[in-house]
Design a binder for this molecule. Structure first.
Ligand SMILES: CC(C)(COP(=O)(O)OP(=O)(O)OC[C@H]1O[C@@H](n2cnc3c(N)ncnc32)[C@H](O)[C@@H]1OP(=O)(O)O)[C@@H](O)C(=O)NCCC(=O)NCCS
Length: 155
């Protein structure tokens, strides 16, 4: 296994859709992935196993002024527990910091302990709850933020 972290290209869209469908109850449609390839204010990052060409993981960052909204963090089942989500997210965070993004936010299912652990390892903290944010099944969402170093709140 040799994992490389990089930006998506048009040729990755089929694999990204397969990962999305395997990972989420409400997967994004193909059009959302096709749009993101050319969007200036959003990027899809992926982890590729260059030994096999398999897509091991992916995540999306939307940029709004100096804030980044992280979505669709997923690692293929056979690649989980190897630190890939943590490294992929750190890669995406660094890329966005270089573009001027200062603070990052995301939502996560309250029961998703593995994802919450990944986000905490990457410097995110839980700041609130969105009751009933998720469907299929209905569940609360935790709101997490990672503030620019030295800043304690987003106020
Ligand atoms: C969440 C997900 C992205 C994590 O990917 P990953 O590559 O396995 O993550 P990492 O290996 O970087 O880190 C996982 C951490 O969670 C921990 N963990 C795994 N299962 C856990 C559980 N049930 N309870 C608590 N911690 C758990 C691991 O021990 C590890 O922490 P450690 O390094 O301190 O030991 C992956 O499980 C996934 O794709 N899940 C389905 C999609 C999803 O839920 N995405 C998140 C949407 S917000």
């Amino acid at each position: 296994m040799n994992i490389v972290y990089r930006l998506i290209t048009a040729g990755d869209v089929d694999n990204a859709i397969a990962l999305e469908r395997a990972s989420f109850a409400d997967p994004w449609p193909r059009s959302a992935f096709e749009e993101i390839v050319d969007k200036p204010d959003a990027d899809y990052y992926l982890a590729e196993d260059t030994d096999t060409g398999a897509l091991a993981g992916g995540c999306v960052v939307f940029r709004i002024i100096d804030e980044g909204d992280i979505t669709n963090v997923a690692v293929a089942e056979e690649y989980r527990g190897k630190g890939i989500a943590t490294q992929l997210l750190n890669f995406a965070l660094e890329h966005n910091e270089a573009l001027g993004t200062e603070d990052f936010t995301l939502e996560v299912r309250a029961s998703n302990a593995a994802a919450i652990r990944v986000y905490e390892k990457c410097g995110f903290e839980s700041v609130g709850v969105r009751p009933g944010f998720y469907d299929h099944p209905k569940e609360d969402g935790l709101i997490m933020w990672r503030y620019k170093e030295g800043r304690e709140t987003n106020a």
